[in-house]
Design a protein around this ligand. Sequence first.
Ligand code: FES
Length: 119
Amino acid sequence: MTRPDRDVMLCRDCCCGDPGKHPTTDHRAQQDALLACAGTTRAGERVRVRVVDCLGQCDRSNVVLVRDFTRGRRPVDTWLGDVHDEDLTWRVAGWAERGGELPEDLAAHRFAPFVPGRG
Ligand code: FES
């Protein structure tokens, strides 16, 4: 696949996806739900979904990073944390598929990533 319009990264590593840390989350169903939004949308945009190793934001696990390439010269990254329940997962998947501004009902899950050395 050439560069997608949106690249969705679902973290799965030491914290994200760990049933020991998040025992009430169905991590497999979450992964399946997000993977299901991969492909070409009705609007003809391409969405790629990848399961990735630790994104370095474990305090916010489960973490989903959505990188949007359609909104200017540089990609726009949206970090979503504490993604645990099924309804929230489906809302994230729906937005990743539709694109556009982050819906208000997801805003509480948006966070600025911790960057070592930047305090
Ligand atoms: S395991 Fe997901 S941010 Fe570290």
